[in-house]
Design a protein around this ligand. Structure first.
Ligand code: NAP
Length: 276
């Protein structure tokens, strides 16, 4: 497993996404993932599955310190009144007294970067977050956050896959030593998988298209990915990407696909994205 060293954080480059899984299904997948070798689990208050993630962790044979756990606070709770309460609720549901990474899920509507930084830092100060970071932050917002935060920003979790050109935010993350963690790394399993470029590379490498895409993610410096699967057999498939390497040409042909620039998670509350 590749470990990303990002401003003091040591983040397993390949983690398990848990969005849209809840209850027993989620708890079982988390337990099975940890048994399969996953050491990084991604959740959020908004996923309404922190309790299930906690149950899955507890049911595994691992100790808490063996697991890198991320959760995220929804932007409307990034306020003086709600933030600390919200993180306390997350810890209770997760059945732990700290998370390894605490993220602001999306930039809040009213821009107050110094206040956002202060709240994250307070959670870290209380020992509730070993590392702090952001998600869905553009280059300008990331620059401001890095400047405003007393503790280093370890991660920016952003949509990233072979159909989205993220060169600008990748460069900004690299400049600040911030890990770029890809969400929707498999384009949510949409037709990406039938792409002839990926099919050819997969055949040449003796791997599946999903493995090729995940390898492309983690082969970038400072980058990781958190694919979600509810299919137990895919857990091992998605993790089995550290025994082969894509050539420079193969990396470049996958990167060329990003010119499609198609974004899945784009909402009325999204920030004004960096142009491609
Ligand atoms: N920060 C944010 O704003 C944000 C936004 C979106 C997501 N996220 C995080 O990122 C995680 C991943 O993103 P995502 O769940 O949206 O999309 P994703 O991981 O790109 O795709 C998940 C889809 O791909 C399928 N899949 C998984 N492994 C596969 C394989 N080996 N071959 C073929 N299909 C495969 C899954 O199907 P099955 O489940 O049926 O196997 C599922 O339908 C989320 O779970 C969440 O933790 C964060």
């Amino acid at each position: 497993m590749k470990i990303l060293e990002a401003n003091g954080a040591k983040i397993p480059a390949l983690g398990l996404g848990t969005w849209q899984m809840r209850g027993d299904q989620c708890a079982d997948i988390v337990k099975t993932a940890l048994g399969t070798g996953y050491r990084h689990i991604d959740t959020a208050v908004m996923y309404e599955n922190e309790d299930a993630v906690g149950q899955g962790m507890k049911a595994s044979s691992l100790s808490r310190d063996d697991i890198f756990l991320t959760t995220k606070v929804w932007p409307t709770d990034v306020t003086e009144d709600n933030f600390i309460k919200t993180v306390a609720g997350s810890l209770e549901r997760l059945g732990t007294d700290y998370v390894d990474l605490l993220l602001i899920h999306w930039p809040p509507k009213v821009k107050a970067v110094a206040d956002w930084a202060k709240l994250l830092n307070e959670a870290a100060e209380r020992g509730w977050a070993r590392n702090i970071g952001v998600s869905n932050f553009t280059v300008a917002l990331l620059n401001e956050m890095v400047a405003a935060s007393e503790r280093p920003i370890a991660c920016n979790q952003v949509e990233n896959h072979p159909y989205l050109d993220q060169r600008k935010i990748r460069a900004a993350c690299a400049e600040h030593g911030v890990a770029l963690m890809a969400y929707c790394p498999l384009y949510q399993g949409r037709p990406l998988m039938n792409n002839p470029v990926l099919m050819d590379i997969a055949a040449a490498c003796g791997k599946t298209e999903a493995q090729v895409v995940l390898r492309w993610h983690v082969q970038h410096v400072g980058a990781g990915a958190i694919p979600k699967t509810a299919t137990p057999s895919r857990l091992a498939e998605n993790l089995d990407i550290f025994d082969f390497e894509l050539s420079d040409d193969q990396m470049a042909s996958i990167t060329e696909l990003t010119s499609k620039h198609s974004r899945i998670c784009d909402f009325e509350f999204s920030p004004k994205w960096d142009a491609a």
